[in-house]
Structure formats: C-alpha cells, structure tokens
Design a protein around this ligand. Structure first.
Ligand code: SF4
Ligand code: SF4
Length: 182
C-alpha cells in the first residue's frame, strides 16, 4: 500500500481538470481564426488561400459593398489565411471551443465600402484596399504625396484604364500616320 501511495505522489496528476478549469494549449496550437475588420482591407488574399473555401467574399455593385465572411464550420485550421494576409487582420488563436447551438452562429461577416471609379463612377474596389495601395506606392517612391497621375491610376477602374490605354494607342497610330504622310 505504501509503495502504491509513493508511486501516486511520484507520478502526480495524470488527468487535467478541463472543462472545470481552462486547458492550456501549446504555443503553436492552431485554433479559431480571429478576424479584425478594422485592420482588414478586403483584398481577398485569404479567400484565395483558404483550401476549404471557409472564407468568401461577395460584391454587391448596386449597394457598393463587398462582404467578407468566414464559416467556422468549414475551417480546417491550416493557418493559410494568416500567412497570406498583408495586414495581420486574420490570425489563429488558441481558442478551440467552437461548439454552437445553430449553424448560423458559425458565421462571421464584415462589410466594406467600394470606391467609385473617378472616370465612370462605378464601384470597383474596396476603398480601404485602394488607400493601402496608395500608402505602399508613396512608401516605395519615398514621396510625401502621390503624383496626380498615380492618384488617378489608383482611382480608376480597370475597364476605364484599358479604354484610356487603347485611346492612347489609337492617338499614337494616327500621329505616326500623319508623320509618314508629310
Ligand atoms: S485556417 Fe485554413 S481553413 Fe481556416 S479559414 Fe484560415 S485558411 Fe481557411
Ligand atoms: S487577407 Fe487579410 S486584409 Fe485581405 S481580406 Fe483577408 S483578412 Fe482582409
């Protein structure tokens, strides 16, 4: 008996008190991804990186919004969203208690406003993403402010940019023809 008691004291507690006490997880534990909408620029990198499509984006041109959403029911806790996020807006946490009473409670959403194209007025990209790209551009060119051309390019939708490029090419071709006729 004494031998057994000695063995018990030597071994210590073999079980944990969870769920009556919090359970400590290892520092690299992959738990619930947390999303901070304030840091998010709605760039969609995480939606492309997410293998089971747990993260999605929907654009509503009429409302001028883009909705980011995550379905925790589909998440496989791989951490690719965290790796791909340029602003640190999504990251894995130690939280593993994800049980809910209804499927709808597994969803989280954030709505972002789309910026309107300076030329045609159509909403085309998240305003926060454009502001972020502008800040990166200014940083790269070490300028205090963006040039008018850079600002216009950022605020123009791809369709209008394409149209402007085609117009420029057509003007150049006409100018070249006139040169050869002289
Ligand atoms: S952890 Fe993996 S599966 Fe879960 S949301 Fe992020 S990328 Fe998708
Ligand atoms: S990658 Fe980051 S910034 Fe881009 S949409 Fe996902 S959470 Fe937002």
């Amino acid at each position: 008996m004494l031998k057994l008691l000695k063995e018990i004291f030597r071994t210590g507690e073999a079980t944990v008190k969870y769920p009556f006490a919090p359970l400590e997880v290892s520092k690299d534990f992959r738990g619930k991804p947390e999303h901070e909408a304030e840091k998010c620029i709605a760039c969609a990198a995480c939606t492309i990186a997410c293998p089971p499509n747990a993260i999605q984006m929907e654009t509503d041109i009429e409302a001028g919004t883009r909705t980011w959403s995550i379905n925790y029911g589909r998440c496989v806790f791989c951490g690719r969203c965290e790796e791909s996020c340029p602003t640190g807006a999504i990251y894995l946490t130690p939280d593993f208690e994800l049980a809910v009473g209804s499927k709808a409670d597994l969803m989280r959403r954030a709505v972002f406003t789309l910026a309107q194209c300076e030329v045609c007025g159509k909403p085309f990209a998240p305003a926060k993403e454009i502001a972020y790209a502008g800040a990166l551009l200014a940083q790269a060119s070490e300028a205090e402010e963006l040039t008018d051309r850079q600002r216009t390019l950022l605020a123009t939708c791809p369709e209008c940019k394409r149209r402007a490029d085609l117009q420029k090419l057509a003007d150049m071709a006409i100018a070249r023809q006139m040169e050869t006729r002289k």
